[in-house]
Ligand binder design. Sequence first.
Ligand code: GLY
Length: 325
Amino acid sequence: MSNRRKFIKSSVYGGLAIGTASISTMACTNQSTPGEKPIVISTWNHGMEANAEAWNVLGSGGKAIDAVEKGVMVTEADPDNATVGIGGFPDRDGNVTLDACIMDENDNCGSVAFLQNFKHPISVARKVMDETPHVMLVGEGARRFAVDQGFKEENLLTPKSEAAWKKWLLNQDYKPKINVENHDTIGMVALDAEGNLSGSCTTSGAAWKMHGRVGDSPIIGAGLFVDNEVGAAVATGLGEFVIKICGAHTIVELMRQGRSPMEACQEAVERIVRKYPNDYQDLQVGFLALNKDGAYGAHAVHTGFNYAVKSKTQDRLIDSQFYTG
Ligand code: GLY
């Protein structure tokens, strides 16, 4: 086994357990659902609070692009969330490095990667989209841009995440853990009352990753893709495997060919399983998709992935379907 693969197989993904979901989940549903708009869907149990904020925009006739930015900012600001924003678990050297991207109905997109010391990478990504001719800024360049745009630098390593890192340092013991926190990257996609789609994705990435590692979440086409003619998709889980199949773009193209959101997510999951038969048992990837009609669906490599839905008629957490062989 190559060193590269060995590292992936042995890495802890997502961090340490902080308890199971307190919100009861609905049984998995065999989507696609009938469509409705406006609607917002997002990954994991933290999506419930994020959706509520997004709904403040969508429910009053606002734009999907504003809803998906405001929604995931709630998760970024939660210091108890170890996978997104402040309080996110650091890399193996103790640095919290954040990745995020955002995309609107006109194919406008913005992204930041390897960004340190800013609580809201999604808003920096939005500024990249709105204020620059570029799609992606990384590292020091992203930091300088954020400062120029008036974002405040702050330490994102909380006493809790620092303690977790120091505990990890004792053994530096890499053992795969799947779904241990029942949350991970937040990805959100929304369809507004005008029928326009947008999406966002933000994460602190893999806990104890190598310094400089970037996952799928800031990569347009991997962690997030929106095509206003067809639909939108987001990913969560071990980003290396999402990147390898260009996950979100693959799902949107499958929907274009006529698959339902759930069928498209399922095909992407099965592609990972098929192509990486020696790896998939030890990793989780979840996909979530919304089509132009407001129908949605999800699929994951393993059980445990759930997602939140909010519309005029729905406000719930749903257990995703998953690969069963
Ligand atoms: N999906 C988040 C990451 O792998 O960084």
